[in-house]
Design a protein around this ligand. Sequence first.
Ligand SMILES: Cc1cc2nc3c(=O)[nH]c(=O)nc-3n(C[C@H](O)[C@H](O)[C@H](O)COP(=O)(O)OP(=O)(O)OC[C@H]3O[C@@H](n4cnc5c(N)ncnc54)[C@H](O)[C@@H]3O)c2cc1C
Length: 410
Amino acid sequence: MRDGSNWDVIIIGGGPAGFFAAIRCAELNPKLSVLILEKASQTLGKVLISGGGRCNVTHACFDAAQLVNFYPRGGNELRGAFARFQPADTVKWFEERGVKLKAEADNRMFPVTDSSETIAGCLREAAKNTGVRVLTGANVLGVEKNSQGRFNLKVGNESRDLHLQTKKLLIATGGGAKSREIIKSLGHSIVEPAPSLFTFNVKDKRIDGLAGVAVDDVTLKMDALAQRGAMLITHWGLSGPVVLRLSAWGARALFEKNYRATLRVNWLGDSSIEKTLEVLTRNKEWKENARKKVAINPAFSQIPLRLWKQLTDFAGDKNWADLSKADLRKLAEELSAGEFAIQGKGQFKDEFVTCGGVNLREVDFKTMQSRTIENLFFAGEVLDIDGITGGFNFQSAWTTGWLAGSAMAR
Ligand SMILES: Cc1cc2nc3c(=O)[nH]c(=O)nc-3n(C[C@H](O)[C@H](O)[C@H](O)COP(=O)(O)OP(=O)(O)OC[C@H]3O[C@@H](n4cnc5c(N)ncnc54)[C@H](O)[C@@H]3O)c2cc1C
């Protein structure tokens, strides 16, 4: 690369958002010179390790209004964006370039090859075919806008510094700290990062020794937040889809509370304390039950026996007939609103996501252009957008990249 060279479009970040934007821009306007700068030795690093090496490309949810519900942050802003480019378009985009996607039972979509190499290969090929230049090992160290309205970039490349100029600049750098500094130096504000999608550390004798026990339909509440779904007890506490979803929605609040909070668990899905009490009272009054031990005769089949035993531990050796009214209420409260203390966060192994990033109020979601700096664009995880697990994070990278690419081509 020649020092001092001039470009029409430079994209900082060779991830999915950067590639999508570059390809879209170059396809719409082949006359433009488009360059991707990637600091790592290879592009698309996260795509390659994503989805356990299979790359969960998107989610088979084809209604923009429903899709936004999977984004704890950014849902509102993405609504219009998804009206223009949504999962059905992603499926079509890859199919047009020879990559077929399939949906699994839970609606996550993967390439039929089950290999993330297929996705990375397709993006690299499409970039090459459209004349996009890619420079790896190119670490952007600083950006300034000059008096002619162009951007000057200082790039650390191998052992030398390169100075490049561009008319339009897209920042698609994911969650890195250095790029946040660059963005702030340009005058944008950043919502400070915090982890999203994690498990809860809970040490409590009611779940002690139960690692591996799963309950299919649990409702979790934490302050005003609620999520319902399957939960798994682990060696450290609680995990499973419902926990991950709650962690994503509560990411900012939990971060601010240093991951200490009270979690209310309804082991019976949506059964209220009063409804549960009614069932328990009937159970006690049922003659055949009277002489049976509470601990080994669960009133609800959806609660695994080992868990039931520990939840009813306070009843000791009692038979159903021996439970007092107060015992029954206590048990109903335990089953429908048991309180557990969250004492920290664990890591979710498949997908590590952070919330935080460029303040969404400062970006026009029709074009992904900065509202304050002309010809500066943002796409992907660098924005304060994050989805829950299931292909939603890549989808927001495809959508925002596509929109930015479309606008930069004009
Ligand atoms: C282990 C793992 C598994 C995941 N699995 C999935 C999944 O299956 N489905 C899903 O939807 N999401 C998944 N995610 C989340 C998903 O990978 C991200 O949301 C997505 O990669 C964001 O894309 P991006 O292009 O915005 O950023 P990134 O993919 O982070 O790309 C940004 C690029 O910019 C480069 N860069 C940063 N700063 C500079 C600089 N100063 N100069 C030059 N280059 C720079 C980085 O090296 C990087 O290559 C997973 C994440 C992880 C960590």
